[in-house]
Design a protein around this ligand. Structure first.
Ligand code: G1P
Length: 295
């Protein structure tokens, strides 16, 4: 699915320390941990490319250069695989560099998601009117929601976010939307957004799921917010500021699956889910798991 041409850059905030994934993330950025054999960042880059993005803007921090380096061609390795006739491996190695152009911008201080996204502005062309943002911890399945979000922006203008309808008891780690219905049951108008509310204070059960199509106006809003939840500059607060100023904001409600790669428990589920669907490993894993669960 291709997005309207006004979304050319996909921003991926990847500057975090990965503290929920220590000790592995002492030396391997969590974005490079494999889901079966493919780093999570490649899955997210493929999703952005599928939605029509031409450029991936990785927001990184000093010491995490290996995340962007993963997208560089590896001519020596390719030559070696080519000589040995390992065509499947060769295709796998060439996939990431061929998806889209990759550029790095730095976030030098961990001041929050809003601050991370703000760093992307310097890398945009003057005529880019909107960006996509993909949080690499979140896998939203099946892919395609970004294309739908871009369509909604083309119809209604403004910014469009992705929402999941989740049980109220699980709502507090998320940004939560105050919404009203539109003619389409999967598209809601957003009247407010609050970061990490308690279950009692949550305005709905619609939670932000790590996919955003944001009008360029977000950068101006990001310059005007003050620290919010957790003392951090929150993307949610910039979206709320835009709403306060009359900017149209909608959500596309995604009814599919989701994985959180940012912590070991969620990562294991994603790994098993992808492995079960893998042509080489799926059948064997399924029977082993069945036996293991009985034993
Ligand atoms: C971030 C956002 C939050 C969103 C969540 C989705 O929170 O701030 O609004 O619901 O991602 O995963 P974080 O998970 O970084 O605390």
């Amino acid at each position: 699915m291709s997005a309207p041409s006004d979304i050319r850059s996909a921003v991926v905030p990847a500057a975090g320390l990965g503290t929920r994934f220590l000790p592995a993330t002492k030396s391997v950025p969590k974005e490079l941990l494999p889901v079966v054999d493919t780093p999570g960042i490649e899955l997210v880059a493929a999703e952005a490319a599928e939605a029509g993005a031409e450029q991936l803007l990785i927001v990184t921090s000093p010491g995490k250069e290996s995340v962007a380096a993963y997208f560089e061609p590896a001519p020596e390795l390719e030559k070696n695989l080519e000589e040995k006739g390992k065509t499947a491996q060769l295709a796998a190695v060439r996939r990431a560099p061929s998806l889209l152009a990759v550029k790095t911008v730095y976030q030098y201080e961990p001041l929050g998601l809003g601050h991370a996204v703000a760093q992307a502005e310097q890398a945009l062309a003057d005529d880019e009117q909107a960006i996509a943002v993909l949080l690499p911890d979140d896998l939203v399945l099946p892919t395609g929601v970004l294309g739908r979000m871009a369509q909604v922006r083309a119809e209604k203008g403004g910014s469009v976010l992705c929402a999941f309808d989740i049980p109220k008891a699980q709502i507090s780690p998320y940004g939560v939307f105050d919404v009203s219905d539109t003619d389409d049951p999967d598209v809601k108008q957003v009247h407010g957004m609050v970061e990490k509310p308690s279950a009692e204070e949550a305005p709905s059960t619609y939670a932000a799921a790590g996919r955003y199509v944001l009008d360029r106006a977000i950068f101006d809003a990001l310059r005007r917010i003050t620290p919010g939840s957790g003392g951090e500059l929150q993307l949610t607060d910039a979206v709320q500021l835009l709403i306060d100023e009359g900017h149209p904001v909608h959500v596309v409600v995604h009814r599919g699956g989701r994985h959180d790669l940012g912590n070991p428990g969620g990562y294991v589920r994603a790994f098993v889910d992808f492995a079960l669907r893998h042509p080489d490993y799926g059948d064997d894993l399924r029977s082993w798991l069945a036996a293991r669960l009985e034993g």
